[in-house]
Design a protein around this ligand. Structure first.
Ligand code: NI
Ligand code: MN
Length: 225
């Protein structure tokens, strides 16, 4: 049974047996982070896109743990140029890793690495992760898109994270529609309250979602699927 821990903003770890996957490891300068990047033990690092609040400490962690970075061809090759092990993929493609299966989904957002996001890291993506018999959807940063309905139809999603903070991603009303499309058993709101520009009341999201259990995970908290 995979254990899913929310580390703040969009950073999530999934542990199953000897495997420990971290997604969007934004920790050292994340105001919400409760974990110290030096204590993170990861076997695989998944990165949705090149923005600093997602690629975060991925390069440091990859070297510290000798763990490959999994993401788009463009993003992973940028990491390889910094000395990281990588596993390049692209939108629509899936691969069976030792911990489980990862499929890259579309996301409507930007890419780019560095202070001004000027280093090309390819399009942003989301991840469908099947691990320990459970399917978890981490959409990265995205606006609402109608193909979420298809993702919901084709996958039996046990847990979906959804950005709700608005401005850079979906806001609450669009995230409620996303939850309806995805038909996940559980949904967890994230990517809000990290900074003033994405502050919102997650209870308003929870009140409007029907058809999925909304689980509020404070940074540092876990749930077992
Ligand atoms: Ni972003
Ligand atoms: Mn972001």
């Amino acid at each position: 049974m995979p254990e899913v821990t929310f580390l703040g903003h969009s950073c999530v770890t999934i542990k199953d047996g000897d495997h420990s996957v971290i997604i969007d490891p934004f920790l050292s300068v994340n105001p919400q982070a409760t974990a110290d990047v030096a204590n993170i033990d990861a076997t695989h690092i998944l990165v949705t896109h090149g923005h600093g609040d997602h690629i975060g400490d991925a390069i440091f962690l990859s070297k510290q743990n000798k763990a490959p970075i999994i993401g788009t061809f463009e993003l992973t090759h940028l990491c390889a140029s910094e000395g990281c092990e990588i596993h390049p993929m692209h939108v629509g493609g899936a691969f069976n890793f030792p911990f489980g299966r990862v499929k890259l989904t579309i996301a409507h957002h930007g890419g780019g690495y560095g202070e001004d996001a000027s280093r090309y890291t390819g399009p942003p993506v989301g991840f469908l992760i099947t691990i320990g018999g459970k399917t978890i959807y981490h959409p990265g940063d995205t606006g609402l898109f109608y193909d979420m309905k298809l993702i919901g139809e084709m996958n039996n999603i046990d847990l979906a994270f959804l950005p709700i903070g608005d401005n850079f991603t979906m806001g609450i009303d669009d995230a409620v529609k996303a939850a309806e499309f995805l038909q996940a058993k559980k949904v967890v709101p994230f990517h809000y309250d990290t900074w003033e520009i994405i502050e919102c009341d997650p209870n308003k999201f929870a009140e409007k979602v029907t058809g999925s259990d909304v689980v509020m995970l404070d940074p540092g908290k876990s749930l077992t699927l």
